[in-house]
Structures are given as C-alpha cells and as structure tokens.
Ligand binder design. Sequence first.
Ligand SMILES: [Zn+2]
Length: 488
Amino acid sequence: MRSQQDGEILFDPTVTAKTHISECFCIFVNTECLVQIPAYRLHAPGAGRGKETEPITIYTNGSCKNNGKYNATCSSGIWIGEDHPMNRAIRIPRVKQSNQIGELAVVLVALQSTNPLTPVKIVMDSKYVIKGVTTHLKEWEDTGWIGVNNTNMFKAIAYHLCRHPTPTTFKWVKGHQGNIGNEKADQLALTGTLCQEPDKLDTYVPRNFNLQGAKLLMITQKLAYKVIANTANLEYKKTTLSLLDLTRYAIESLTSSLKTDATIWKGCRHKDITKKIQMFLYKTLNNAYHISDFWSQIPTYEHRAICQMCQGETDSMEHILINCRDPVRKMIWDLAKKLWPDRHRPWPTPHIGLILGCGVITLPQRLNNNNANNNRTPTGASHLLRILISESAHLIRTMRCDRTINSTTYTELTATNCWYNTINKRLHLDRAIANKEKRNTKTAMTVKNTWSNIIDNNTLYTQDDWMTNLEVLVGIGLPRPSQTVVTR
Ligand SMILES: [Zn+2]
C-alpha cells in the first residue's frame, strides 16, 4: 500500500501479485526474455549493520532547450546540499530529447548513485514522473506497457526502486516558486545543457525484473490493436524520409523552428486543415499516390510516369504542385498570393515542404517597433496561411486529376471561380463554427483575425456584423467573364 504524509508518497515495491489464476495468463510475451529466477529485493541487514534510517533528501530537476523541436537538448540536475559530492549536472545522451526524459533520467541517476541501504526522499516538480512510478506503474506492468511513452526509462527506475530494501518517497514541489533545492537543481540542469559530451545513461533492467507481456485479464481490443500496430514494420520509405527533411527545412526558413518528424506527422491532422486535405497530406508524405515511379514499373503504362503537360519530365506530386508548366497551377498560386495581406509578411514562395508542413506553420511574433511590450502573435495570419496553402495545393491536385481522368478543360474563369469557391467555403465553415461556439470568444476572435483583412471591400456590412451575414465573400469581386481557354 502507498501512504501519503506531508505530501510525500511512498513507493510500493511490490513487483506483481497473483491473487487469481486468471492473472497468470499473459499474451504478447517475448519468450526469449523469460527467466525462472524470482525478482528479489536486496537483502536488508539488521539494525546497526550499515542500514541507515535517516533518509537522504535529493532535489532533482530536468530541463530541455527547444523542447519538442528537432534540435532539442535536454539535461538534468541533482542537488543535495551546498558543495555536496553527489551534486551533478547531467547531459542526456542524444537518443531522445524531451523535458520528460530529463525528469526521468535524473531520478534514475539519483537512485543509481545512492547507497541502496539509505532511505531516499526525492523532491521534484514533475507530476509526470511521480504519478508514473507511484500511481500508474502497476497498471502499466499489468497491461504490458502498451502505449506508454519512455518505457525503458520507467522500467529502469522501477527496477532500482524495487530492489532498494529501504523506503523511497517522492515529494512534489511547484517549480520556480523559490524552493531552494528545486532552484539549485534547475541551475545544475541548465549547466548540463552546456556540457559538450553527453553523460552515459544506464537503463539496464535484469530479466527477472523485466516483466513480459500483458495480463489477459487486463487486455482490451483497443490495447491489442495498439500492440499489433507497434509491431508492424514501420520503417519509413526513402522518399518519405526525404519529404520529411524537405518539410523540416522549408518550415524552418519560414518560422525559424526545426520541427521533429512526430510534429510534422501531427501537423497533417491540424484542425485548420479539412479532413480530405489531411488525408491528402498524409498520403503524399507516405508517397502513397499512384504517380511517377508507380507507373514506370508497369509494362505498357510507362507513359503515365511522364507529365502530359511537360513532355519529358517525370510526374510527381512536387512536379504537379510546384514545377509543372500547367497555367492553372500558376494561376491558383497567384490568386493565393494576391489574396494574402502583405502586412502580415510577404507571401512565401510555394514549396513542397511548405505544403506538407502547412499544419505546423506558426508565424513568429511580429515586433512592434513603437512598443516593445505590444508585440502581436499573428494567430489569425498563421490560420489564414495554413488555409490558403492547403486549399490551393489540394485544388491544384484535384484539377489535375479532373483533367487526366475526366478530360475536363479549365478556362481562366472556371479555374478562378473554383478557387474563390473553395476559399469562400472555408470562410463559411469557419464562420459557422465561430457562431455555433459563441460562448468561445477565442474561436470567434481567431476567425475575425483570419478573415477581416480579405473580405470583399464592397460589402455593405461593417467589421462588426460580417461574421453573421452569408453574403460576405472573400476577395474584391470576381474577374470579368473571359472566354480565353487556358492553353494545355
Ligand atoms: Zn508538368
């Protein structure tokens, strides 16, 4: 049982308890890792034989520079007292870098460097770690750690906690609130960031402490699916790796922030992007469309690998969206550029990376030269840019499919109308969401900031009531009807 006293939580060292035969059946077991040796704790000597009763209080803290980004650097700090020999600044090895890893690693190092016969009291500001080891551990062990992040770190910590014959307690303190030990550990963590060479981190767990599989009693269909998905071969294709890099650096040139692969994948599902375009971005990143090399390997269909507009050039999604000589393609991007309010920032040059990463675009703060305290975060501008890029790219691809499959011919007028129609649909959708969620003023403000600068100047409606009037459209009217057929 775990007890709480003065905010301290005592770790429960029970490895596992089989109270019913149904708990003995496990699935997803790695049989190669099974051993028959029980997991015993270290033998605790009797009183007066080296076993200490007074706990050592260890303050730990983790830190991560550029957390969540590709160039994240994480480190940790251990502080026990002024000039204490166990005080440490730790630079975490570059396998995975995050704030959570920093917080977990420091607990592991603290346990490894403490005499197992000394009771330990760990004081930290991470509820993630404390709840993980004192509340969730039993459930994670029972469900075979399915879907748990940083499993190897948690397992290693659990191993050291379980083998210590003396009690270990955790205490949470609020960070940056003047707790001296917490502040000192934070300073050491920042020092760790500056270390050139990363420290070695030992996450070894002996087989007898490394529980295998999930208890059949605890498994659900959802958990079983997760295991199957995780065991599938998820290695990226070369083209996907290349597209992820193109995306990363294209977004960096716009936002000065290097995104991780995980952030880019998550960006494909950004709520500003409609479901069908989310699927389009996801499939393009996975090179899942039947274009280019797909056809060149099929006898008698090789000609489909070549762009019909630019004879001699290989077709690809990048070619269709960015490089093709198709005048409709150029026209769509020109329309997007024309609609974009330059006062936010100049319209970015279309790039395949920018399209695939449009969900992670967050424009940097615009500096207000007159008042340094009044810098504006262009939420509306980022929202609009995501919409213009994603909708324009998807429309270009849809028109290309229409032309290739249905032999549809687009005139300058029909193509322009299609584009305005698409953007206006988004305006109406955004407006419907904002009006439906009237109590959510944040959503309404985002919609206002997004569209206010580009709605039709000729409208009779003022800035205050355009949100509720369906007649309001994007742009300054449509161009005059033209009979010019776009040359193909
Ligand atoms: Zn072409």
